[in-house]
Write a protein that binds this ligand. Structure first.
Ligand SMILES: C[S@@+](CC[C@H](N)C(=O)[O-])C[C@H]1O[C@@H](n2cnc3c(N)ncnc32)[C@H](O)[C@@H]1O
Length: 235
């Protein structure tokens, strides 16, 4: 699947300063600990049913998912990301995971282009960068690539029902400025500018409808920490 990725500015922050995201997750400002505990439980549940193949869309440096994989080893792991520096780090975090492959590619293109079938498709904090049409395409492509009974696990930020993007951004930027107190001020400015420019979260109802239109019949809210959700859509 390896090929040159298109230019995409929503990944610029991650190309430039992956350490900033690490600093944010280190302080658990986006609830990675609680969220990835849910993901571990879901993957263990799946592993208990037999071998499984996993695709990770927008894998970043796979720092958090790699621990989940250790607890519930998949037969194969395929990670996709547009950031070459994140993938370089992912190679290190994924040491010890057998049959792990990383692809420097756009996630929508990757899932639309592959012929492989997956039992689990995972995505962490990446889908909110896509516009609604691209999100719908992603749901369709994931539904096509999932085996019967397969699951699409989505970790992402979500808007409240009836909340506009502007209201969401007001709330989220306020949350960042008041709670992310240990991020250096210039880095916090970068992070806020990134969110204001590139975050386009949907509501659970919108995501549920997109999933349904793609043929993913069941939506579950597995966990929720303020605006940060763990959702599972089942084929
Ligand atoms: C906030 S990081 C999340 C990393 C990791 N999944 C996690 O949960 O900690 C979002 C990642 O999505 C990647 N990304 C954003 N849009 C993408 C796209 N269209 N195709 C591939 N990767 C993308 C970025 O490069 C970045 O590594």
């Amino acid at each position: 699947m390896t090929q040159s990725p298109p230019q995409d500015d929503n990944t610029a922050l991650f190309r430039k300063a992956w350490t900033l995201y690490d600093a944010i997750t280190e302080k658990n400002y986006m609830f990675h600990l609680e969220i990835y505990a849910h993901v571990t439980a879901l993957l263990k549940e799946r592993r208990a049913q037999g071998p499984y193949h996993l695709l990770d869309l927008g894998c970043g440096n796979a720092r958090f998912l790699s621990s989940c994989l250790q607890a519930a080893l998949p037969e194969t792991y395929d990670g996709v990301d547009l950031s070459a520096s994140a993938l370089d780090e992912a190679r290190i975090h994924l040491k010890g995971i057998p049959n792990a492959a990383l692809h420097h590619k756009d996630m929508l293109q990757a899932v639309e282009d592959t012929d492989s079938a997956f039992d689990v498709i995972f995505t962490g904090f990446a889908v909110h960068h896509l516009d609604p049409a691209a999100k719908q395409r992603l749901f369709h492509a994931c539904a096509e690539r999932l085996v019967s009974g397969g699951q699409f696990i989505m970790v992402d930020v979500v808007r409240e029902e009836g909340q506009s993007r502007e209201q969401y951004l007001d709330d989220y930027l306020n949350f960042m400025r008041t709670h992310w107190t240990e991020v250096q001020p210039e880095h916090l400015d970068d992070a806020c500018a990134h969110v204001a420019a590139y975050d386009f979260p949907e509501t659970v109802a919108d995501l549920t409808l997109m999933a349904k239109q793609a043929g993913l019949s069941r939506t579950e809210v597995v966990g929720r920490y303020q605006q940060h959700y763990v959702l599972r859509f089942t084929a």
